[in-house]
Unconditional design. Structure first.
Length: 550
């Protein structure tokens, strides 16, 4: 199957993002400060080269192009609308504060953290694969926005492109004799049924790097399909390498299943000589191996210790996946295993399951107490499952109908799945962000006018205070007040401000909602809508010499 214009556009867009990540990382690795506009020029050049190279062999498919544009723009618009009115990160948890602390450091210094002393401030983020953070800081600079405000749009964009790529992948795998576009749209719509694992992974659970890396992983799958259709196309292998390097630098866990799938696919192309197959694998895998070696040669070892990670991840159950998705996906992936054209979906799913099992064994052998990363594999598995389900629906739709009826009623499955997706979205929990524009403005004002070590947090959610403490004010994570749990306990903060002798300053998330005993005994230094920076009247105590992020 030849390339179409929508695929060229998608590949160029992903190449732009991947090139920006790789260029920024390489610049830092060889000792240069990261120049956003130099990286922009390189990324545009790379995307332009991909466009020029692929466009020569592409055909026009206007329905597919329209569907791709509607799916990507619609998904992006919905994800932005969900984050209104501030368009800030909507998730919660300590991980969000840790990601934002690294973003703040990158934005301030224009370099990745290399000094070991920074571990006291950034924790494991000093060794974290920084692809998503680099991309966010770059995008903020390009659009003259700070990284905090750039984060949600960047992650939403990657999710939108994933939706479009799933459509393009499903279109390639559809059987002959049916309208491809409607049934490929079904694949993209099916992603919304297990919304907890699609949009919820960043809008609720703050898995920022994981979500961005998913885009590169899905793009790697697409390159495998291009190679399958055109085994002599070395451009597919070169793109696999680019997307794989960016995926590794963003969140390395995802590239394993795609590399395994590629090895299986290339190895079974008997029409190619062994030498040719090895050459294809070298083009695809050697750059990834080189970057992995470079990463391993530094202090950055966190990516290789992820198997020991313990954390929170959603279990894939009927409640979280939804019975409609399970009923369609389970037989769909079985069908794909026996369908030659759709078999890559089954291969990707099997590789994901195999890595999940390996992570359980490896994690337990090294002391991990929960199957944290194995659970994470469910977040990637929804993509081949959705594609396989859509292909099965297309076959089932074609079987009992005459060819004319298949075309006439091809959009009915789209309508039915759209209704199911709308129901899933309607039942999604409301967004309750811990980060808001007024609180950020109050924190930013306090950072520039007051000693950060002397500021308390009168906020409704402890994660809001944790974010202010680390990412906005630059206080250490492994020293001082951050080591005491009651520092970020909203109830304990209220008690501290009713009693005398506490810290002299505080950031209040909602000044009018504070107890009267506090409101009448403080001076408001600055006001930002409901948020305020206040100063205690009477006696106070603070060690203003506590260190802050250099």
């Amino acid at each position: 199957m030849s390339l179409i214009g929508a695929e060229v556009a998608a590949a160029s867009a992903v190449a732009f993002l991947a090139s920006a990540v790789v260029a920024a990382y390489v610049a830092d690795r060889i000792g240069f400060a990261i120049s956003p506009f130099a990286v922009l020029a390189l990324a545009i050049a790379a995307a332009g080269a991909v466009w020029w190279w692929l466009k020569r062999r592409a055909t026009t498919d206007r329905p597919a192009a329209a569907a791709f544009a509607i799916l990507t723009t619609g998904t992006f618009a919905w994800l932005m609308w969900r984050a209104r009115p501030d368009f800030l990160p909507t998730g919660s948890g300590s991980d969000l504060a840790h990601h934002l602390a690294l973003l703040a450091y990158l934005e301030q210094h224009g370099r990745l953290p290399h000094d070991a002393i920074l571990g006291a401030y950034l924790g494991e983020m000093i060794d974290y694969t920084p692809g998503a953070h680099l991309l966010t800081v770059l995008a903020g600079a390009w659009f003259h926005r700070d990284a905090l405000h750039a984060l949600h749009p960047v992650v939403a964009l990657t999710a939108a492109l994933k939706s479009g790529l799933v459509f393009l992948i499903a279109r390639r795998l559809m059987p002959d004799g049916i309208p491809r576009v409607p049934f490929a749209i079904v694949a993209a719509l099916l992603l919304w049924l297990p919304d907890t694992f699609f949009a919820g992974s960043f809008m609720e659970q703050s898995f920022v790097s994981q979500v961005v890396s998913e885009l590169f992983a899905i793009a790697m799958w697409w390159t495998i399909l291009v190679f399958t259709a055109q085994p002599e196309a070395t451009s597919a292998m070169a793109l696999f390498a680019l997307f794989g390097v960016a995926g590794f630098l963003t969140w390395p866990i995802w590239i394993g299943p795609l590399i395994l799938t590629l090895v299986v696919v290339v190895s079974t192309r008997r029409e190619l000589s062994v030498r040719r197959r090895l050459a294809h694998l070298a083009v695809a895998l050697l750059p990834i191996a080189i970057v992995t070696a470079i990463y391993a040669s530094t202090r950055q070892v966190y990516g290789f210790q992820m198997v020991n990670a313990v954390g929170f991840a959603i279990w894939p159950t009927p409640r979280t996946l939804g019975w409609p998705f399970i009923v369609l996906a389970a037989p769909g992936i079985v069908w794909a295993a026996f369908d030659r054209r759709a078999r890559s979906a089954a291969l990707v799913f099997a590789a994901i399951a195999l890595q999940g099992a390996a992570l359980v064994v490896t994690g337990r052998s090294t002391g991990a107490t929960t199957p944290y990363l194995s659970l994470k594999m469910a977040y990637l598995a929804i993509y081949p499952l959705s594609v396989a389900a859509a292909v099965m629906i297309a076959h089932a739709w074609r079987a009992p109908l005459r060819p004319a009826a298949v075309s006439r009623y091809a959009w009915l499955p789209v309508v039915l799945v759209s209704l199911a997706a709308a129901r899933s979205l309607a039942s999604a929990p409301p967004v309750t962000p811990v980060i808001t524009e007024p609180v950020w403005l109050a924190g930013d004002w306090a950072r520039t006018h007051l000693p950060p070590a002397c500021i308390d947090y009168l906020v409704e959610d402890g994660y809001t205070g944790y974010w202010l403490h680390l990412a906005v004010l630059g206080n250490p994570r492994a020293a001082g007040r951050a080591l005491h749990e009651d520092t970020f306990d909203p109830k304990q903060a209220i008690v501290r401000w009713i009693l005398p002798g506490g810290l002299p300053y505080a950031i209040a998330g909602n000044f009018e909602a504070l107890p009267r005993d506090i409101r009448t005994n403080v001076d408001v230094l600055a006001r930002f809508g409901p948020a305020a920076v206040v100063q205690r009247r009477g006696t106070s105590a603070c060690d203003s010499t506590e260190p802050r992020l250099p």
